[in-house]
Design a protein around this ligand. Structure first.
Ligand code: NAD
Ligand code: TDX
Length: 331
C-alpha cells in the first residue's frame, strides 16, 4: 500500500512513519508544511525506496489532489497542536485544523480514497478529578480551548463527509502521547530538557490536572490496526490506562534524573485548563483486537528521558525560543 501521511514531520506523525517502515511493507509519502513544529531531522535514516517527503500545505487543494491521486490511503496528522499557542493566536488553528481537513476530505471524496483522521480526546472536554468515568465513543463533544474546538470541528466535518458523500473515513481520538521527537513546548519534553539544562520544571497551577499517557508507538500500532480492520464511518478511542497527575510526572522526571523530587516551580495556570482526561479503549481492544505494549509508564518515561539526553542536537535549536515564549506569558 502507498500511504500519504500528513504532518509526518511532527511528533506523532514521524513516530508513525518510522513504525510503518519498521513493521510493514508499505511505502510512505509525507506531506508537511514544516511549521515551527515540523522537523526533517525526525525523518532521517528512512529508506529512500520506500519513503518520500513533500513540503506543502494541506490547504493547497491542487497539491493535495495530485498526491491523493497517487496513493491508496491517507492518514491525517497535520495540525496546529498546542493548546497554549491556541490561546495566544487561534487563527492558524482554524486554518490548518478546519480548512486543511476540509481540503483533504474533498480530495478523498474525489478520489474515493481511504482516509483516517487523527484526533484527540480533548474534543470531549474534561472530567472531574474524583469522577470514576472515562471518555467513550458516545461521550458528547464539549471542547474547552480554541485548539480542541477546531479538532472537534474537523471530526464533525469527517462525519459529515462520510454520511453525505460516502467518504471511506475512520476517526481515532487518542489520549496524551509521549516518546521521542516531541517538541519541547509540550509538557514532558519541556520538563526533561529543563532539568537537563539545570533549570527547574514548571507546573501550571496546582499540578493536580490528570492526563492519560500513551507511548507514541502504541498510538501508531492502534492507527495501523484501524486502517486495516476499522469499520468505515466509525470512531475508535485510543488509550493505554495511563492516568497520572502532572505533579507526579514532574516528580518522576526529577527522580529519574537524580534531582530532589520537589525541585520544581508552580507557575501561572493555563486559561480554561482542562482538569482530567481518561480514555476507555474497550471498543478498539474488543472489536479490533488491539492492545498497547508500553504498559509501564515509568519504563517508557525512562526511555524517553534517555532519548532527550542523547539527542540534544535535535531539541536544542528550539529550546531558547520556546522558553522565551513561555517567559513572556509568565509560564
Ligand atoms: P505536532 O505539532 O508535533 O506536529 C504537527 C505537524 O503538522 C508538524 O510537522 C507541522 O509542520 C505540520 N503542519 C502543521 N500545519 C500544517 C499544514 N497546514 N499543512 C501541512 N502540514 C502542517 O503535532 P503532534 O503532537 O504530532 O500531533 C499530531 C496529530 O495528533 C494532531 O492532529 C493532534 O491533534 C493529534 N493528537 C495529538 C496528541 C498529543 O498528545 N500530542 C494526542 C492526541 C491527538
Ligand atoms: O510547562 C508546562 N507545565 C504544565 O503543567 C506545560 C507545557 C504543560 N503543563 C500541563 C498542562 C496539561 O495539564 O501539562 C499537561 C500537558 O500539557 P501539554 O503537553 O500542553 O498537553 P495537553 O494540553 O494535555 O494536550 C496534548 O494532548 C492532547 C497535546 O498537546 C494535544 O495536541 C493533544 O490533543
Amino acid at each position: 500500500m502507498k500511504i500519504l501521511v500528513t504532518g509526518g514531520a511532527g511528533f506523532i506523525g514521524s513516530n508513525f512513519v518510522h513504525y510503518v517502515i519498521d513493521h510493514t511493507p508499505h511505502e510512505v509519502t509525507v506531506l508537511d508544511k514544516l511549521t515551527y513544529a515540523g522537523n526533517l531531522a525526525s525523518l532521517e535514516g528512512l529508506p529512500a525506496h520506500r519513503f518520500r517527503f513533500v513540503k506543502g500545505d494541506i490547504q493547497d487543494a491542487a497539491l493535495v489532489d495530485e498526491l491523493f491521486g497517487a496513493h491508496d490511503a491517507a492518514v491525517h496528522y497535520a495540525a496546529e497542536s498546542h493548546n497554549d499557542n491556541s490561546l495566544e493566536n487561534p487563527r492558524p488553528f482554524l486554518d490548518t485544523n478546519i480548512i486543511g481537513t476540509y481540503t483533504l476530505l474533498e480530495a478523498a471524496r474525489k478520489h474515493d480514497m481511504r482516509f483516517h483522521h487523527i484526533s484527540t480526546d480533548e474534543v470531549y472536554g474534561d472530567l472531574e478529578l474524583d469522577d470514576p468515568a472515562k471518555f467513550t465513543e458516545t461521550t458528547a463533544y464539549n471542547p474547552s480551548s480554541p485548539y480542541s474546538s477546531t479538532k472537534a470541528s474537523s471530526d464533525l466535518l469527517v462525519r459529515a463527509w462520510v454520511r453525505s458523500f460516502g467518504v471511506k473515513a475512520t476517526i481515532s481520538n487518542c489520549s496524551n502521547n509521549y516518546g521521542p521527537y516531541q517538541h519541547v513546548e509540550k509538557f514532558i519534553p519541556r520538563q526533561i530538557t529543563n532539568v537537563l539544562r539545570g533549570e527547574r520544571p514548571k507546573l501550571y497551577g496546582t499540578g493536580e490536572n490528570v492526563r492519560d499517557w500513551i507511548h507514541a508507538n502504541d498510538h501508531s500500532s492502534a492507527v495501523l490496526t484501524i486502517l486495516d480492520k476499522g469499520a468505515i464511518g466509525e470512531t475508535y478511542l485510543i488509550g493505554a490506562d495511563g492516568e497520572r497527575n502532572n505533579r507526579d510526572v514532574v516528580e518522576l522526571i526529577l527522580t529519574q534524573l537524580g534531582q530532589p523530587s520537589d525541585a520544581y516551580d508552580h507557575v501561572v495556570d493555563r486559561l480554561g485548563h482542562d482538569l482530567r482526561y481518561a480514555i476507555d479503549s474497550t471498543r478498539l481492544r474488543t472489536e479490533l483486537g488491539w492492545k498497547p505494549t508500553f504498559s509501564d509508564f515509568e519504563a517508557g518515561l525512562a526511555d524517553t528521558i534517555a532519548w532527550y539526553r542523547d539527542n540534544e542536537a535535535w531539541w536544542a535549536p528550539q529550546k531558547d525560543l520556546t522558553e522565551a515564549r513561555y517567559a513572556a506569558q509568565g509560564q
